[in-house]
Design a protein around this ligand. Structure first.
Ligand code: ZN
Ligand code: ZN
Length: 242
């Protein structure tokens, strides 16, 4: 069954309305489609959904669910960042994502730009990218408690600007140890990890998130994967194939 549960609309940083996205999902032949706009992060409000818009968000998607019920199974989800303050109720599912790393009192985005990524490594981790990776993956131990997620979002988002290994070697032992430990901590509570085509569809990466090696390790330890496009417009809905 073709489904895509990670999609953004104008309620957060997408460029199309929820209805335009649903219509495009139907046109793309999807049977199940989920909208998962960004939860509110008070320290970085630019791209996400203010809490006062949650009710309208849920109402809109519930309305569309009925309107298109004969054509597609529409779900109301949320991409909940680890550092969001609260977990809203009444959703069909939650994607738990970690977009930031804690540097002292600051929370800095890992997926904003290669320049910011380089700055975080230099300024906050003394030039040691593996130390940043270790800090990032250590956060996952608490992902379930913080987000109550059903799906782990783009687990290796930290590789967004690492095409060709420009910041770190993904075969390095410190890197592997950090993600394996995190995956084993998350798995008993959240056994479903995304294969996320967001950066791939933008041409930033040659492979989707959840590296081949991670996919194998996950399956060996009883986890499952779900493909998603992480679409921010109608153009990439349901686009999974490499
Ligand atoms: Zn995300
Ligand atoms: Zn997303």
């Amino acid at each position: 069954m073709k489904r895509d549960l990670h999609n953004h609309t104008v309620f957060s940083d997408g460029i199309n309305t929820a209805e335009e996205m649903v219509q495009a999902a139907i046109a793309a032949g999807l049977k199940e489609f989920g909208i998962s706009d960004h939860s509110f992060t008070s320290f970085d409000p630019g791209y996400c959904m203010p809490p006062e818009e949650y009710p309208e968000y849920v109402q809109t998607i519930r309305f569309l669910q009925k309107k298109y019920s004969g054509q597609i199974d529409l779900k109301c989800g949320l991409e909940l960042d680890y550092y969001s303050d609260d977990v809203p109720e009444g959703l069909d599912y939650i994607i738990g994502s970690i977009h930031y790393v804690k540097c002292g009192e600051e929370l800095l985005a890992l997926d904003a730009s290669p320049e910011l990524f380089a700055e975080v490594v230099e300024k906050h981790f003394g030039g040691d990218a593996y130390a940043l990776c270790e800090a990032y993956y250590a956060t996952f131990a608490d992902l379930c408690r913080k987000t109550k997620a059903d799906i782990v979002g783009h687990f290796d988002l930290i590789t967004k600007y690492n095409e060709g290994g420009v910041f770190f070697d993904e075969n390095n032992d410190r890197y592997r140890k950090a993600w394996q430990k995190a995956m084993l901590e998350v798995l008993p509570d959240i056994p479903v990890f995304e294969i996320n085509y967001g950066a791939f569809n933008k041409g930033l990466r040659s492979v989707p998130y959840l590296s081949e090696e991670m996919q194998i390790f996950l399956k060996e330890h009883g986890g499952r994967t779900i493909e998603s496009s992480d679409s921010h417009s109608i153009l990439t809905i349901g686009k999974f194939k490499r």
